[in-house]
Design a protein around this ligand. Structure first.
Ligand code: FEO
Length: 172
């Protein structure tokens, strides 16, 4: 089946959104390092790597279908936050927006009867549910911690163990 332009357009937009997310999370990682929260900074840096892998998964898919990848400029990202709680609250809000964008890509693919693209996007639908859940778990822990410095130190230590595993390579 021909790779419809409307599907390519929405996927190219998604590549840009994934790279923007990567840049946002790297900016958050830099902020967290500056605050001496190296474990949280590590977690965000892994998040940055995940977003780059998401962008490349769509990039490779477009090429595999004989489509054309068109990279748009990356808009500026925030550099300052009021603290760790605001960072994770905005991460959650941002991931919810990304989920909406993925759903939109899926709907365009289905309306164009492009089942191959819809199938590829199913991986992203599952991934978004997992990402939202992971961020919510950290927000819950931060709520419990409040101003307890020892507990924050322990969580920072725990998040320092996160390593990047390229899940896009083992998926369809
Ligand atoms: Fe690639 Fe966090 O969405």
């Amino acid at each position: 089946m021909r790779f419809k332009q409307s599907v390519q357009d929405v996927l190219n937009k998604q590549i840009n959104a994934e790279f923007w997310s990567a840049y946002l999370y790297l900016s958050m990682s830099a902020y967290l390092s500056d605050q001496g929260l190296n474990g949280f900074a590590n977690w965000m840096r892994v998040q940055y790597q995940e977003e780059v892998s998401h962008a490349l998964k769509i990039y490779d898919y477009i090429i595999s279908r004989g489509g054309r990848v068109l990279l748009d400029p990356i808009e500026p990202v925030e550099r300052e936050w009021s603290g760790i709680k605001e960072i994770f609250d905005s991460t959650y809000e941002h991931e919810c927006k990304v989920t909406d964008m993925i759903y939109n890509c899926y709907e365009v693919a289905v309306s164009e009867k492009d089942h191959a693209t819809a199938n590829m996007l199913q991986w992203f639908i599952d991934e978004q549910a997992e990402e939202e859940e992971n961020v919510l778990a950290i927000i819950d822990q931060l709520k419990l911690i409040e101003d307890n410095k020892a507990a924050l130190y322990m969580l920072d230590k725990e998040l320092s163990t996160r390593v990047f595993v390229d899940a896009t390579k083992t998926a369809n």
